[in-house]
Ligand binder design. Sequence first.
Ligand code: ZN
Length: 683
Amino acid sequence: MNKQEIRKRIEKLKELINYHRYLYHVKDKQEISDSALDSLKKELFDLEQENPEFMTKDSPTQRIGGEAQKEFKKIKHQERMLSFNDAFSKEDMQSWQDRFSKLLTEKEKQKIDFYCELKIDGLAIELIYENGFLKTGSTRGDGAIGEDITQNLKTIQAIPLNIKDKKNLTIRGEAFISKKEFENINKLQLQRGLPLYANPRNIVAGSVRQLDPKVTSERRLDSYAYDLILPAHRSLGEGWGQKTHEDKHKILENLGFKTNKNNKYCKNLEEVFHFHNYWQKNRVSLGYEIDGIVVLVNNNEIFEKLGVIGKAPRAGIAFKFPLIQATTEVEDIKVQVGRTGAITPVAVLKPVNISGATITRATLHNEDEIKRLGIKIGDSVIVGRAGDVIPDIIRVLTELRTGKEKSFKMPEICPACGTKLQKPARNVSRSDAGGSETGIILFCPNAKCFARTRRNFYHFVSKSAFDIEGLGPKIINRLLDEALVSDPSDIFSLKEGDLEGLERFGEKSAENLIKSIKERSEITLSKFIYALGIRNVGEETAIDLAKIFKSIENLRNVKLQDLENVLNIGPVVAKSIVEWFSDKDNIKFLNKLEKAVKIKKQEANGRKEILKGLSFVLTGALESMSRDIAREKIRELGGDVSESVSNKTSFVVAGAEAGSKLSKAEKLGVKIVSEEEFLKMLK
Ligand SMILES: [Zn+2]
C-alpha cells in the first residue's frame, strides 16, 4: 500500500470499528464477534504505529469503553482510568518492549522486569476511600468521567467497606462474575423468558449498572483489586514504601483487599511467555473467564516515567489469548483439483493467526458459497474456525473495499488438464464443513487428470526426492481433498494452522509435519531435478544432469542437441527434458518451487574422488550396508552407479544371491568384486 492507500484504509477501518462499537454499546446488538472487532482494532493500531502522521484524536484506538449513562451520577476520576493496548503474539510483545525501551537509559533498561496479572473478562472499577471508609465506587466510563455505582458495589462481599489504615486512597480493580454464577443467571433468564447474556462481562456490566441495588445483590459478583493510587501519589513517600507493582499487590492484600494469587512476577519476556502459555492451557481450571494476561513494567518509577500514549500507559499491555476469529485479506482465489476430481475454490489469505496458529488458506467450498459471501479477490474478510475444522470465511467486510477488488468466476474447464468440467446430477452435501450447507460441486471427469496430480505429489515427497517424513499418501489425499495444496510446491507454504483442522491431526502432529517439511526445504540439485517428475528422468539421470549442468538455470536453457551429446543421456530422455522445460505450466511450477526451497551447493566434501571415472553395478544383498548407502558412498567418492551391466561398467559388486546381472557381467568380461573387496575400495 502506498501512503494514500494507507490513509484511506485507516479512515475506512475507523468508520467500520465505530459502527460496530455503536451497535454494541448503544444498540446492544452484535453483528461481528469480539475477536473480529479486536482484530480490526489491531490492524488499525499497527497502521497508526507505522504511520503516526495519520493518527487522529478521534481514532477508536484513542478512546476507552462506553460513555457514562445519563441515569447515574457522574464521577470525575482524580486520575484518568486508562486501558491497555492489545498484543496477540510474541512478536507483538517484543515490539512493545522495543518501543518503550527506546525511551529509557541503559541503566533503566537493565532494571526492566514485569508483573503479570490474569486479565479477567469483567468490568474495571475504581474505589475511593476517605479516612479509611469507602466513599465512592465508579465505572471507568470514558476514562475521565465514570458512573457512580457506589451502592451497587457495596453489595459485593469482596470489597471492604472500610480499611484499617485511615489513609485516603484510591483502589482500582475488576468486578466480575464466576462461570457458575453466569450459568445460574442465564438459567433464571431462561425461566423468566428473558434474553440470555452472551458472556459474563455483559452480566457484570448489566448488574452493577442496575438502578436498584437489590438486583445487583441478587447476583453474586466478585472483585479483585489490582492497583493502588495514593491521592498524592506523586510523592511516593506518603505510601507504604512501594517500589514495584508487585509491592502494591502485597499492600492491597494487607489492607484487606482480595488480590489474585495467580498473578506472578516475571524476570523477562521469556518468563512472561511461559506464564501466558501456562494460562492459555489451564484457563479452563479457573472459576472465572480470562481472555489473556496484563503485563506491567514492575518498577513503579520507570512505569511513571514512560507515561501515557493515547488511552494507554506505555509500560503496560494486554497480552491476549489467540483469537478464534480474525480479519485478513484475500490475496487470490484459486481453483484446485482434488483427488477425486472435485473442483474446489480456495481463498489464499494474507497469513493470519487464529487460535495460536498461522493460516494461509480458507476453503470456499463451491460456487454457491462464493455467491453467498459475495467475495472478491482483494477483499478484507473475517476468518474463523469452529472447533477443529478447516477455517472458513465468515463474512466479507465490504465496507473496506477500495474499488480495486476483482470478481472471481468459476472456470468451465479443468485448470489442470483442460477437460470441460461437469456438474453431478445430485447436490452434494458438505456436512464436514461445519454446517449442513449444500452446493453443487463441479468435477473434472478425466480420471487421468486427478490421478496424475496425486501421483506427482507422491513422487515429489518420495525418498529419492524431497523425502518428507510423515507426509504419506493418506495425508496428501487429505490435503488435496481439502484443497490446501494444488501443486507440490504448495507444501512448503503450509502452516500449522492449515493442518490442525484435518481429520486425526492434532496440534502436535501438525507441528511435527511442518518441522519435517521445513527441514527438507534444502535439497541437493540432483534430488531437486528428480523431484520435478520429468518423464524418463530417474534418479541416476538426475544425478548425471546435476553433475553436468551444475544449476537449474543451465539445465532449463539447454538445447536438444547439446543434451543428446551428453554421456548416458539418450535421445528419448533428452526430448523429455526439453519438452518439460518448454511447458508454460511447468515453468510456473518450477519458479514457485525455486522460491520455496533452497538448492544446496553440490556436496564437495573434501575427500578425494578416488572412484572418479569408474562405473559400478550393484547386485544381490550386501551385508554391511544397504544398497542405497552403497550407492551414496560410491557417488561421494566420484564414482558412477548404474542399474544395468554394459561394456562401460567397470565393476559389478556381487552381494549374496546375486542374480542375472552377474552372468551378464561374466559374459561381457566385466570385473566382478566381492563385498569385502568393494569395502576396501572405499577406504
Ligand atoms: Zn482435469
